[in-house]
Every structure is written in structure tokens, then in C-alpha cells.
Design a protein around this ligand. Structure first.
Ligand code: AMP
Length: 214
């Protein structure tokens, strides 16, 4: 199974992507995670990507495509892509390589969500600096403000999850990524699900959508 996830930031692509990849026994490849690990390892790619990420801008296509194609190359038969492609150039390049290899996409799964909810979900996210436990000030607050329930560590907000940056990321999504919805519909692989429910409800809808014949 070769699947990619589409949808605005905050639709739950990370959570659902990890769950689905585990369920189907396929590799989970998230371009944002690949960039973040380059940033924390201080690689040349990480230094370049950080500038764009902090501003909520897209990292240039050439480096992004190279990085993700390498990950796909070492992923084996099945994979689930989260956060890639985000531009038409990335989509064409991905599909070109997959078609050439005779292993086209199985599905492009669109997670649809009202944008004001998406903004609240992301701008409310906090992560424990010490143990990485995730919180949301609106939907899953810690018992004591700013402190991790598990280890007492300080809760921090990712620099690209501030509300102003999130709004900008949504603009970028509309301009560069939303056109991929029509592109994958034309290729006959688009499946759309409602991402406003609980995590379990959204997973159930995703599994049902992936079971359907295209
Ligand atoms: P994410 O974790 O998917 O929200 O990605 C975090 C940030 O990494 C984005 O806001 C972009 O700056 C960068 N990024 C991730 N994936 C891509 C991509 N496919 N193309 C360009 N930039 C990306």
C-alpha cells in the first residue's frame, strides 16, 4: 500500500499517519520530521530548512524532493507520506518516479477540517521540554499550567506553532498545496474523510476509505 495524506495543518495527519502506518505495517515518512531531525542534528540541510520552517514557509522543492525520495528509496514496498507532496512540482516528481517504477500511489487521503478548529488545535499545542509528552491548552490541558503532568518539565510551544505563523502556514497551504486535491482527484486516487471527530473516529473513517475500491 502506498498512501499519502493531504489536509491543512492541524487536521491530524501526524497522529493518523502513524496509526495507519502501524496498522498496515508500512513505513511512515513525514517530511516535517525529517527536516526537524536534520535541524536538531545541525546538518547543512537542517540549517537551511530552519529558516523556512520558523517562518511557516515551504522549504525549496529541490532539497525537499531529494530528501523524501531518498527516504522512499529505503522504505521498502509500502509507505505512508505525511506532509509531502506540498507543491505541484513535488507531486509531479513523486508520481513520475513511482510510475516509472511501476508502483503508483494506492490512495491520496484528504483529511478535511474547518480551519478555525485547525488553528485552535495547533496554536494550543504544547510539548514537554524534558520528556516530549504532548498537551493542548484547549483540548488536553496539563493539571498545572505550563508544567508536565508526567515529569514536571516545562511545557513549550514549537516556534512554528504560534498563531500568527499557523495562519501564514494556512495561507501557504491554500496557495501551494490545495491544488493537489484536484490533481489527485483527476488521477482517480483521492479519498476524502471528515477529520473533525475523535482520533479513533477519524482512524475508522480512514480505514473504511482505504478499503473502498477507487
Ligand atoms: P510539518 O511538520 O509537516 O507541519 O512541517 C513543518 C515544516 O517543514 C513546514 O512548515 C515546512 O516549512 C517544512 N516542510 C515539511 N514538509 C515540506 C514539504 N513537502 N515541502 C516544503 N516544506 C516542507
Amino acid at each position: 500500500m502506498r498512501v499519502l495524506l493531504l489536509g491543512p495543518p492541524g487536521a491530524g495527519k501526524g497522529t493518523q499517519g502513524r496509526r495507519l502506518a502501524e496498522r498496515y505495517g508500512i513505513s511512515y515518512i513525514a517530511s516535517g520530521d525529517l527536516f526537524r531531525s536534520n535541524v536538531s542534528e545541525g546538518t547543512e540541510l537542517g540549517l537551511l530548512a530552519k529558516k523556512y520552517m520558523d517562518a511557516g514557509e515551504l522549504v525549496p522543492d529541490d532539497v525537499t524532493i531529494r530528501m523524501v525520495m531518498e527516504a522512499i528509496g529505503s522504505a521498502g514496498e509500502g509507505f505512508l507520506l505525511d506532509g509531502f507532496p506540498r507543491t505541484m512540482a513535488q507531486a509531479r516528481s513523486l508520481d513520475g518516479e513511482l510510475d516509472r517504477a511501476g508502483t503508483p500511489l494506492t490512495a491520496a487521503l484528504l483529511l478535511s477540517l474547518d480551519e478555525e478548529i485547525a488553528i485552535k488545535r495547533i496554536a494550543g499545542r504544547r510539548t514537554c521540554e524534558r520528556c516530549g509528552a504532548p498537551y493542548n491548552v484547549e483540548f488536553n490541558p496539563p493539571r498545572a499550567e505550563g508544567r508536565c503532568d508526567l515529569c514536571g518539565g516545562t511545557l513549550v510551544q514549537r516556534s512554528d506553532e504560534r498563531e500568527d505563523v499557523v495562519r501564514h502556514r494556512l495561507d501557504v497551504y491554500h496557495e501551494s498545496t490545495a491544488p493537489l486535491i484536484g490533481y489527485y482527484a483527476d488521477r482517480g486516487v483521492l479519498r476524502e474523510i471528515d477529520a473533525s471527530g475523535s482520533e479513533d473516529e477519524v482512524t475508522a473513517s480512514a480505514v473504511a476509505a482505504l478499503r473502498e475500491e477507487p
